[in-house]
Design a protein around this ligand. Structure first.
Ligand SMILES: NC(=O)c1ccc[n+]([C@@H]2O[C@H](COP(=O)([O-])OP(=O)(O)OC[C@H]3O[C@@H](n4cnc5c(N)ncnc54)[C@H](O)[C@@H]3O)[C@@H](O)[C@H]2O)c1
Length: 409
């Protein structure tokens, strides 16, 4: 399947539908009260019959939580481009990481509804599920996501990542949604290793050994979601993706922080010896994997866990050097800073299960994707200026880390 821009998103047959995917029609009410006027334009359904007609024609309505964040925002855009007949309801609390500008490309889209709300709040979740005629599938991206922040304030992570997921699962169970995709992370594995301790990419059957409060909260949500499949038969799919990069990523995270600091000739803070490695996947490839899962029949995916990775393992130091090379800046901007507490040495995933079962494969190579990402940040000065104008002391400290704690090597 090819979407606008010639981007090959997935090889999965679009016509394949999970059995019962739209079986809940007729049990829902239309929600209006919580839809904010900024982006949201409520679907203009004249009647339930009209809605059902659209759904029978292949339309679906997705609840995308955390859709004003980095991956959720990219996913909402991806789905509206790839499946114009599908509708998207975004539920987002707009924390420091949420940004309505991440959805600006969809402004005025009558098939996108934006609801500002909290996944920990059952009433917010129910209203979102009932918007645009009722949601068939839930993709739970909403989370507190930064490892360093979780070291400072673990409670926020337990609340949103665990309690919020519980609230969503309960509401989804009550509504009988046809698919619930829990966006987990490869962080749940801790250091990538075989049971005998030998280092190798993590497999879905490996033990979960999270090392940070973020990873532990996500592991709790990951297993809680699975338990709703095992116990109640809620059609849950869990995905564990590698590190994402691409447009709209909040610059507290490694690659956008490096890009931003390099653009401003400020030092790039590299933790420890810089040898820690991660597997990097372009956000569009992650979105295409989730799309493939949405399109797959129930017997192929329900109750399953899928790793999502691109086999692009790179060290922090490799990344710092490549960003500087792409921007024509000197390596002397690299500064080593004291290591992160509980820093995972290696994250990498074996995603052969997803590739074999659904025919998905990543399309973007890292160097090409990073060059495109650097160009995106250069071209979006307004987006960056808006983010930098926020009163987020953590972000400003993270950017200044190399100046306050560093030592050049
Ligand atoms: N970024 C990565 O490299 C990566 C890799 C694997 C998995 N993931 C997972 O993907 C998901 C999205 O990650 P991201 O990088 O886009 O995160 P992000 O921090 O950019 O966005 C998170 C979004 O969730 C929203 N949110 C936070 N708490 C909320 C709440 N209580 N109710 C409603 N909305 C809330 C925020 O406002 C924000 O828009 C997360 O679940 C994360 O664990 C991320």
């Amino acid at each position: 399947m090819v979407i606008a821009g010639g981007y090959e998103s997935t090889q999965v047959d679009f016509a394949a539908r999970p059995p019962g995917a739209v079986s809940t029609a007729g049990r829902r009410q239309r929600g209006t009260a919580y839809v904010q006027p900024t982006i949201a334009i409520q679907g203009d359904w004249d009647s339930m019959a009209q809605r059902d007609q659209v759904k029978q024609g292949g339309g679906r309505t997705l609840l995308v939580t955390g859709g004003a964040g980095f991956i959720g925002g990219n996913f909402a855009q991806h789905i509206r481009r790839a499946h114009p007949e599908w509708r998207v309801v975004v539920l987002d609390k707009l924390t420091y990481a949420g940004n309505e500008a991440n959805l600006a490309a969809l402004r005025g889209d009558p098939d996108l509804a934006f609801i500002r709300g909290d996944i920990c709040d059952r009433a917010d979740v129910e209203r979102a599920l009932d918007t645009l005629g009722g949601c068939d599938a839930v993709l739970n991206f909403a989370a507190e996501t930064h490892v360093d922040r979780s070291i400072l304030d673990p409670g926020a992570f337990v609340r949103t990542d665990v309690e919020g997921t519980y609230t969503l699962l309960e509401a989804a169970r009550a509504r009988g949604v046809a698919r619930f995709i829990q966006i987990s992370t490869d962080e749940v594995y801790g250091n990538a290793a075989a049971p005998d301790g030998t280092s190798r990419p993590s497999r879905e059957t490996d033990a979960l050994m999270p090392l940070s409060p973020y990873a532990a909260s996500k592991a709790g949500a990951d297993r809680l979601a699975f338990s709703y499949w095992a116990t109640y038969g809620l059609p849950v799919v869990v995905t564990r993706c590698a590190n994402n990069y691409g447009p709209y990523q909040y610059p507290e995270k490694q690659l956008p922080l490096f890009i931003l600091n390099a653009l401003h000739d400020r030092p790039l803070p590299v933790y420890g010896d810089g040898a820690n490695t991660r597997d990097w996947i372009h956000v569009r490839d992650h979105c295409a994997a989730l799309e493939a899962i949405l399109l797959a029949p129930a017997e192929q995916v329900d109750g399953e866990v899928f790793n999502v990775g691109a086999d692009e393992e790179r060290s922090v130091l490799d990344n710092a050097r490549l960003v500087l090379e792409l921007l024509g800046k000197p390596d002397s901007l690299i500064q080593f800073v004291p290591d992160r507490l509980g820093h995972v040495r290696r994250h990498a995933v074996d995603s052969s299960r997803l590739r074999a079962r659904l025919g998905w494969h990543p399309a973007m190579r890292f160097r090409e994707g990073l060059a495109e990402t650097v160009a995106w940040y250069q071209a979006h000065a307004e987006w960056l200026a808006d983010v930098l104008a926020r009163e987020d002391s953590f972000l400003h400290q993270a950017r200044a880390l190399a100046e306050t704690a560093g030592g050049a090597r």
